[in-house]
Each structure stands twice: as structure tokens, then as C-alpha cells.
Ligand binder design. Sequence first.
Ligand SMILES: [Zn+2]
Length: 140
Amino acid sequence: MALEETQYKMLDELIHWCTRCKLDLNHRVIRVDNGVPKRVLCLTCQSDRVYRPKSLSTRKAAFGKAAALKLAKEDALREKLQSSQRTPKAYSMEGVYKVDDVIDHAIFGRGLATEFISPDKMQIFFDDGMRLLKCGRVER
Ligand SMILES: [Zn+2]
């Protein structure tokens, strides 16, 4: 049996994310199984919840980081698209394109070819985000 880092017992207190207060707050262990908390009670608002080993705020921070990275990537692509000197190519499903080509799409507007997912599918960055579109098969 693996050793738990911390053994808890009934009525021990720990810091846990309170979904009602939306804060990391002191909670009291109200159900415990072999030293592992199963249910905790917020000492601030008295609401109880299932114990989660990792606080939601930690997970939110990780998500925030991923979201920030995605935004930074989109900003870079937007910049690249706007500063591109290439003549836009009209989009068609049979059209043959290369990475970094500027695509003129009838509905989505101007986009930048960023990646080929398969020989006939490419990721195009448009102002409102990334889209996967069909294109002509490229021999490479
Ligand atoms: Zn609370």
C-alpha cells in the first residue's frame, strides 16, 4: 500500500477550494477513509463538498497559462497574417497551398495557412481562430 503524504482524521482542518466562496479557505474534514479526506466542510459558509486533492485555483491557474499561451500564439499568427506581403490565393477545396500562404475565403475572410494535418487538410488561421479546411492534395 502506498503511503499517503499526509494522514487526515475526522475534523482535521485543511485548505480547500470553496466552490461557493470561490476562494481557498479552511475546511474541516467531515468524512475520511484510511487517512484520505472524502468530504470537507467550508468553515466560512458551512457548505460541504467532495474533497479534491488539487485545489481548483491551482487547476484554474494551469488553464489560465494554457489559455494565455494560445492567445499569444494567435496574436503572433494575426501579426504574421496582417504583415504578409503575399498575394492572397482564393480558397477552393481543390486549391493547392503551402504553409504561410495567405488564403482568401469567401465566408471566413483572409487567413494564413499554418499547418497540413494530412495531405489534403490544412489548418488555417482566420481572425476569429483556427479552422481545419480541405484543400487539394499536395505532393511533397
Ligand atoms: Zn465557503
